[in-house]
Design a protein around this ligand. Sequence first.
Ligand code: GLN
Length: 528
Amino acid sequence: MVSSLGKGISAAALGALLQARGYKVRLRKLDPYLNVDPGTMNPNQHGEVFVTDDGAETDLDLGHYERFTGVNATKHDNITAGKIYQQVISNERKGIYLGKTVQVIPHVTNAIIENMLNLVSKEDFLIVEVGGTVGDIESLPFLESIRQLRNTLSNKRTLFIHCTLIPYLSVTDELKTKPTQHSVKELREIGIQPDILICRCEKSISLEDKKKISLFCNLNKKNIIQALNVNSIYEIPSLFFKQKLDDRVLECLRISNSKLPNLKNWINIIEKQKSLNKSINVGIVGKYIELKDAYKSLVEALIHSGIAKSTKININWIDASDLVKLKKKILNLNGIIVPGGFGTRAIQGKMYSIKYARENHIPFLGICFGMQLAVIDIAKNLLKIKNASSSEFNKNKSKNVIGLLTEWFKDGKSQKRDKNFDYGGTMRLGTYSCKIKKKSMAYKIYLKNVVRERHRHRYEMNIKYERAFQEVGLEISGKSPDGKLPEIIELKNHPWFLGVQFHPELLSRPLNPHPIFNSFIKACIKNK
Ligand code: GLN
């Protein structure tokens, strides 16, 4: 009905709930925009790009799916209109449609349905989130596809859940159900009758209002689930459970199952989250801070480890492009993070923060771009390479401690890129192994010789400087298995200074927080 209602989190929470009843689930997202994937979109507009193990750049909702269900997503789980049209047009060029006129129905809709059902056979439930809002021109082929799918599979095997907003008017102190009625009416016009409504609301929906919604929207009032604002998204599985969302879903699909879900883990998290007894201030220095969703997984990872360490994390958002304000804001932090990023803008602020953390012994975590800039800072200030830089923003190769990666290995096969490659989908993407050096802080954190982490970058630290860096106290404590690509750096003579070429935040789960964030937060607590 409107965006930002929490469709993704609702879908993920339903997944968690069904999983807690013993079912195997998979979640997928349909995105009606024409980009092939969100990899080339500005994070300030679209939010974070979530990277899967198999190297797909996907919508951030896939991050919610993974965090709530623990099921790792794949490249098949994010289906964009761009991807669908690319497939259809490529089929047309190959002559696959045998001279027919290629049309939205059936060619585009068939492609959507095929992609939706592709490679799902072992799951009990496939939960597909349709992005966009009812009434968008772009969403129509997707809505038409789910309508057709119900027609083919019957209402015993398909179920429609519609997320709506019930606004609260403070002047008259009432909830308004009309917008929900309208949006359901619009859905019915295109042949979709929702079975269940999840209604976002600020206040509880009265029985009277439920009756009204039930009457106008043509569904049983017990199938109206209210989604009240909550303090933590991890309360949502239990919130839905209390309203029997899982029962309603099974009932609509005529599945009898008397086994109650085991929500112990989720309840445990909520209780822990309510009794945090410490707090720390962590600064995130970035240039996409207008939209907090741009660093979604990072924020969640900090929350997960905060829960594990009974600590409330106060995030201080620091705009790297405003150096004057940054210099003030950076004082009094217990820890500093410079997250992933691209391009030249706002580098100065990030470099300042890194130097500040390094010189003032403040726990510092540099992620991807943050690690690369830390390498540049140390090269400039400790190795005294005056113009040390990265080939991302300096074409004078000789001083670049970070270089463009044109070849690397994935699953034993060499991957080649050159500067003229397409921009989208051509970085080092997805999960790679990293060998950890014994007797390092990284080893103390992971307690493993080899770890697997997710990547998304074009540039790499140049290994040829390893010796020189060692002499000034910077150790490369994690490397690719062939020893060529630095993956983790750490500074000696500093309480906690770590840079990682990968994105550990993508693997953190509320039920299984990431060891790097656990350790970082422990260091921040010590630095209070
Ligand atoms: N811009 C850098 C690169 O492409 C870092 C990317 C990132 O931080 N994800 O290598």
